[in-house]
Design a protein around this ligand. Structure first.
Ligand code: AMP
Ligand code: ZN
Length: 471
């Protein structure tokens, strides 16, 4: 099977072919760091981290770039409200961003360039567009001459006239045409600014991504990604800027995630119907949030509610329980159960499940169906464990397959959550309890049992040792 990616540019699933063999250049539009991100914003983060994981699993070396917009109107306003400087606001929320997304098991980008650290390149890019006649200065601002770019509208599949009527652009006397967009914005008195050949000011939003993708990944990249609301105008404008400058295709594959909805509406800052990731993480296991996000194919809408989060928690628990039971059986299995009949049939079934999982992920990263294969794996593992005699080879294969699926999706099968105790810590405490009992120190043994009970860990003493599970 070859990997198929739905490309917004062609509106078709296409076979993925990177520019360079074995390498992927991927750019994901990152957050504007003026406050905590909401759960809707967490969707592209989790989805494209999973895309990256799967590409890595398929043997690609992924160069993953995602920017931080660390200066714009919202940051300037936030700085005033919080009585901080703009860089202080950016640092605060970049710190908060990493704290939160680390918990979601999101891998660090290869680079997270900040706009303010790449101002020379941005100014150079704008100057080159002016030289080529694609941009013009006006009253201290610089605008992109949209109509001059013949392919404008190719990503949104709309003729330029329709876009012009649909766009909620404010009338601006400084523009030649209302569809022209800002590349450089003149600073108002007292605002943070950078010096440039066009005067003191700061860059517009779209130009940063064109500049940073070019700087860190080259003129043409493989995958450019973000939420569906970025198709127009953000990505359309990025294409115009980049392609009119370099003369090359900007990105070969454009991927866009669908919206996360709450009560049937898109979660967004402007509607005020948002829950910050920071707050949700106080209540919900990060693993559950990640699993929930992957329970729907990334292009489809996903609905956040107590019920859908609950379903995710239950589904994840099924997988975690299968994993725990398997691990326990492996630790306690008896020697004479090693060589058994039907071993090859079971191993064959496992190979088929792995192929099924890969085929689903190859089909435009269909994590929803891949999770169905994951459940099937857990179910078969439970059936296998219900037998009296088991083969260690098959057990190990089940375990490694569960781990493999979990790693691709970025899910943890070791349960931590409620008790706050890691599996290894629990094992250590159980070992200590056993030792205490051997030394007839029953007081200490009971103390450990009570401590674990308090943490919701239930112990079960069996002929093969002490087994535990989370209550
Ligand atoms: P913003 O802060 O609005 O620029 O959004 C940052 C990222 O989150 C972009 O890729 C958006 O497309 C994406 N995004 C914003 N709201 C939602 C939502 N409700 N569901 C899915 N993605 C979203
Ligand atoms: Zn962007």
């Amino acid at each position: 099977m070859t990997l198929q990616i739905y490309n917004t540019l062609t509106r078709e699933k296409e076979t993925f072919k990177p520019i360079e063999d074995g390498k992927v250049r991927m750019y994901v539009c990152g957050p504007t760091v003026y406050n905590y991100i909401h759960i809707g914003n967490a969707r592209p983060i989790i989805v494209f981290d999973t895309v990256r994981r799967y590409l890595t699993y398929r043997g690609y070396n992924v160069n993953f770039v995602s920017n931080f917009t660390d200066v714009d109107d919202k940051l300037i306003r936030a700085a005033e409200e919080l009585k901080l400087t703009v860089p202080e606001v950016a640092d605060k929320f970049i710190g908060a961003y990493f704290d939160d997304v680390d918990r979601l098991n999101v891998a660090k980008a290869t680079v997270n360039p900040r706009v303010t650290e790449n101002m020379d390149e941005i100014i150079e890019f704008i100057s080159a567009l002016i030289d080529k006649g694609f941009a013009y200065e006006s009253g201290g601002d610089v605008y992109y001459r949209t109509r001059k770019f013949a392919d404008y509208g190719k990503l949104s599949h709309q003729p330029i006239e329709d876009l012009r009527h649909g766009a909620r652009v404010e009338t601006n006397e400084l523009k030649e045409e209302q569809l022209d967009f800002t590349l450089w914005k003149k600073a108002k008195p007292g605002e943070i600014y950078w010096e440039s050949p066009f005067g003191n000011g700061r860059p517009g939003w779209h130009i940063e991504c064109s500049t940073l993708a070019k700087k860190y990944l080259g003129d043409t990249i493989d995958i450019h990604a973000g939420g569906q609301d970025l198709i127009f105008p953000h990505h359309e404008d990025e294409i115009a800027q980049s392609e009119s400058l370099t003369g090359h295709t900007f990105a070969n594959y454009w991927m866009h995630n669908g919206f996360l909805n709450i009560d049937g509406e898109k979660m967004s800052k402007s509607l005020g119907n948002f829950i910050t990731l920071h707050d949700l993480l106080e209540e919900i296991d990060p693993n559950v949030i990640r699993f929930f996000m992957l329970s729907v194919q990334y292009r489809r809408p996903i609905s956040l509610s107590d019920a859908t989060l609950n379903d995710a928690a239950n589904g994840l628990e099924r997988l975690q329980t299968a994993y725990q039971n398997l691990k326990y059986r492996l630790e306690t299995v008896e020697e004479d159960h090693f060589e058994l009949e039907h071993q090859d049939e079971w191993l064959e079934q496992l190979t088929e499940l792995k192929q099924q999982f890969e085929a689903e992920m190859d089909d435009d990263f269909n994590t929803a169906n891949a999770i169905t294969a994951f459940y099937e794996l857990a179910k078969r593992s439970n059936i296998y464990l219900a037998q009296d005699k088991v083969s260690v080879t098959v057990l190990r294969e089940f375990l490694s397959m569960l781990q493999l699926f979990a790693n691709v999706l970025g899910i943890k099968l070791e349960q931590v959550a409620v008790s706050g105790l890691e599996d290894a810590e629990i094992d250590e405490l159980i070992e200590e309890r056993l030792q205490a009992r051997n030394e007839r120190n029953f007081a200490r043994a009971d103390e450990i049992r009570d401590l674990l009970k308090e943490k919701n860990i239930i112990l079960e003493d069996t002929a093969h040792g002490t087994r535990w599970k989370r209550g």
